[in-house]
Design a protein around this ligand. Structure first.
Ligand SMILES: [Zn+2]
Length: 299
């Protein structure tokens, strides 16, 4: 499939005929008045900021008339969103961009996407959600297809007030090698899971032993076998674990997670650069963006 930029006419067609206010997730409708909105009207970035809306109807009218190139809303709730003042709380977000994935099964060059790396991005998002649920007991989690990747948005009330998000980012992405790799649960388990994701996709590995035994290494790792990397020397072993941790850290855009005032692409809006719909994913396993997020004017 080709990812073509939408014309002005197509944007208007989308917002007039296809976009509906009810496609906006309830968690945004319920907090509409506390959010800051941002818009990109011409494809040059979200320069129209500090926008606020007093009612759903007002917002609906704005979208239908303007048919923005891109629409965003703050992950944060403000007392005065029109001034970005009185920060109350903010969703915790993990941003996975398929075009920036450091490891992927396809041969896409950085900046490009295909069906396979979109699938990889989803697998990564689901892995992160699994960690958030099992290790942090978070439940109110949304998976959003962003147009070229996925957003994981956490709305559990107790999580919204955390200001320093770097620790949770490092934990969830497994960006450090744990001291004890083989502990049954907790962080070591998260690391092993992420090791499997990354190591199975790593390219340009110089060692023949690693390439030939890749699957076996992953299996042993997941089964907590201390001999999982016995195919290589001790020094190499350490290096591999560290490079996996380093890649893990870059799979998700850390700047987005740490920034508690971020604006994020609005679910239901059109990602005009690639003509795809940013939308809440309901059926996590079966969602296929090339079937479920393509606007009618592209079909
Ligand atoms: Zn690809």
């Amino acid at each position: 499939m080709e990812f073509k930029e939408a014309t002005l006419e197509e944007r208007h067609l989308y917002y007039k005929k296809e976009w509906k206010i009810k496609d906006l997730p309830p968690f945004l409708i319920d907090s509409l008045k506390q959010r800051e909105f941002g818009f990109d009207h011409d494809g040059n970035g979200p320069k129209d900021r500090y926008e606020t809306f007093n009612s759903v109807r007002e917002f609906e009218r704005f979208m239908k008339i303007k048919a923005p190139y891109a629409a965003y809303s703050s992950i944060s709730y403000y007392e005065k969103p029109e001034k970005r003042e009185g920060w109350m709380k903010a969703e915790i977000v993990f941003d996975i961009d398929a075009k920036d994935l450091k490891v992927r099964r396809c041969d896409c060059t950085p900046g490009n996407i295909c069906e396979i790396c979109l699938e990889d991005a989803k697998e990564l998002a689901l892995t992160i959600i699994d960690t958030l649920r099992s290790n942090f007991d978070l439940k109110n989690i949304f998976l959003i297809y962003s147009g070229r990747g996925y957003h994981v948005r956490v709305l559990d009330e107790e999580a919204l007030y955390i200001e320093d998000r770097s620790k949770i980012f490092d934990y969830v992405t497994a960006s450090r090698v744990p001291e004890d790799l083989f502990m049954k649960h907790g962080y070591p388990e998260v690391f092993r899971k992420m090791f499997a994701f990354t190591f199975s996709r790593m390219k340009n590995m110089r060692s023949k032993e690693l390439i030939e035994n890749r699957e076996e290494i992953i299996n042993r790792m997941l089964n907590r076998r201390v001999d999982f990397l016995d195919f290589v020397r001790k020094n190499t072993k350490k290096r591999i674990l560290e490079s996996v941790a380093e890649i893990n850290r870059e799979l998700v855009d850390g700047k987005v997670t740490i920034d508690t005032k971020r604006i994020l692409r609005l679910p239901s809006s059109l990602h005009s650069k690639v003509s795809m719909i940013c939308r809440v994913v309901k059926d996590w396993e079966n969602f296929d963006p090339l079937r479920d997020a393509v606007p009618k004017f592209r079909k």
